[in-house]
Design a protein around this ligand. Structure first.
Ligand code: COA
Length: 404
């Protein structure tokens, strides 16, 4: 990207704009009253201490972090009407990845058939989505990518101890995604603040299942694969960092609290949000809260809230928005964004059909690739076999051509 300035060609500044957004939720809603049937709690306690009324839970074993993430990603790509082949990078922020590896982002890439995109997971707990925005902006601003998908996806219900009332009432499943695109129009992600204090790592953790404490009969019996949390300490930390991070990110963008039109905070606890925003002197109508419907969906909470805020017309073109989150690590992150509004591209009617066909082809392609690898493995056992060599060359050629 170059432009002419004072008679000389200069590189144009590249801005990262959110041009697509989408969310996905499992079908099953679990109310506070239902939780009160399995742990010693009440609808009244949960509402007054957290603001949460219900949450979505992925009961169906086929609904996973990647399937939710892929659904949200498809919605974001559709909104921006971006052909899948133009996607450069998929960043999936998640606290409940499908595996230690492969990354959930790679599974989403495969489901989308995004053959030209790189993909990786980002682990910064509930701050992960805003960390992802910061990375995407950096990739776009430095010219390394034009189209980056940032996904926040969770099935926290799979790592929550359903007999622990301190945690099971708080979390929910879901996914949100945004597409960031390079543009010469000023705006988009203006500034970011990323923070970490690892000394508080033990305050919110899944202790076992990693390399420090691999799974054993003892770790399973002791419930060490579930979320453990010191709620009060996390509460204190959150109310300390949210306001500071918001002020700092605004300062970096050359803005003041009075310039803010909407804050989309991490949806963990209504009291944390209200206390933090009060510290900033922000009126209630400038703060978006939707945790009553979803609970804390960790990395997905901010992009889901963004989708709802747009749907409710809480964002107008040229609005200054702040996204701010905190989470395990301990981590925190904030981003100041100049909202340009929807980039209105009237997608032709046939595009929906084309998309469905593309995703169907992506599934077929994935199956064929798996099959071809199996065949290759079987045939190559006969070393020097001319037939197997010829076949694997054909397979390789097909693999390459299907990428083009
Ligand atoms: N139902 C009923 N009672 C509960 C309960 C539940 N689900 N969970 C805890 N309690 C009880 C406690 O056992 C305690 O009882 P006690 O006084 O007899 O010991 C009492 O309620 C108050 O507990 P406390 O921890 O002081 O409540 P709180 O007002 O701090 O609220 C949290 C608890 C967890 C809601 C709150 O601390 C919080 O939201 N912390 C931040 C957690 C968070 O956001 N984590 C995710 C970060 S991304």
């Amino acid at each position: 990207m170059v432009g002419k300035h004072n008679g000389q060609f200069q590189p144009l500044q590249r801005y990262a704009h959110i041009t697509g957004w989408g969310k996905a939720l499992p079908d099953r809603v679990v109310t506070n009253d239902e939780l009160a049937q399995i742990v010693d709690t009440s609808d009244e306690w949960i509402r007054t201490r957290t603001g949460i009324h219900q949450r979505y839970v992925a009961i169906d074993a086929n609904e996973t972090t990647a399937t939710l993430g892929a659904r949200a990603a498809r919605a974001a790509l559709e909104k921006a009407d971006l052909p899948i082949g133009k996607l450069d990078l998929i960043i999936c922020a998640t606290s409940s990845p499908e595996h230690l590896f492969p990354s959930t982002a790679s599974l989403i890439q495969d489901a989308l058939g995004a053959t030209r995109a790189g993909a990786f997971d980002l682990s910064a707990a509930c701050s992960g989505f805003v960390y992802g925005l910061a990375l995407a902006r950096g990739m776009i601003a430095s010219g390394q990518a034009d189209n980056v998908l940032v996904v926040g996806a969770e099935t926290l219900s799979r790592i929550v101890d359903w007999s622990d009332r301190n945690t099971c009432v708080l979390f929910g499943d879901g996914a949100g995604a945004v597409l960031l695109q390079a543009s010469a129009t000023p705006g988009g992600v203006l500034s970011t603040v990323l923070g970490s204090d690892g000394s508080g790592g033990d305050l919110l953790a899944v202790p076992a299942g990693g390399s420090k404490q691999p799974a054993t009969l003892e770790t399973v019996a002791a419930g060490q694969h579930f979320i453990k949390m010191d709620g009060r300490a996390v509460f204190r930390f959150a109310t300390r960092v949210m306001a500071d991070a918001t002020r700092e990110v605004l300062g970096k963008a050359g803005l003041e609290v009075g310039d803010v039109d909407l804050v989309i905070p991490h949806q963990a606890n209504e009291r944390i949000i209200r206390l933090s925003m009060k510290q900033l002197g922000l009126p209630e109508e400038k703060v978006f809260i939707n945790l009553q419907y979803y609970g804390n969906t960790s990395t997905a909470s901010i992009p889901i809230a963004l989708c709802d805020a747009i749907e409710q017309e809480r964002l107008q073109p040229n609005d200054n928005m702040v996204m701010v989150g905190f989470g395990a690590g301990l981590t925190w992150a904030a981003s100041a964004i100049k909202w340009v509004g929807p980039v209105s591209r009237e997608a032709p009617l046939w595009r929906a059909g084309q998309r469905t066909a593309t995703y169907g082809l992506a599934q077929m392609r994935s199956r064929l690739l798996r099959l071809s690898r199996k065949m290759e493995g079987t045939l190559m056992t006969e070393e020097g076999d001319a037939l197997s060599e010829a076949l694997s060359k054909r397979i390789e050629r097909w693999r390459r051509s299907s990428k083009e």
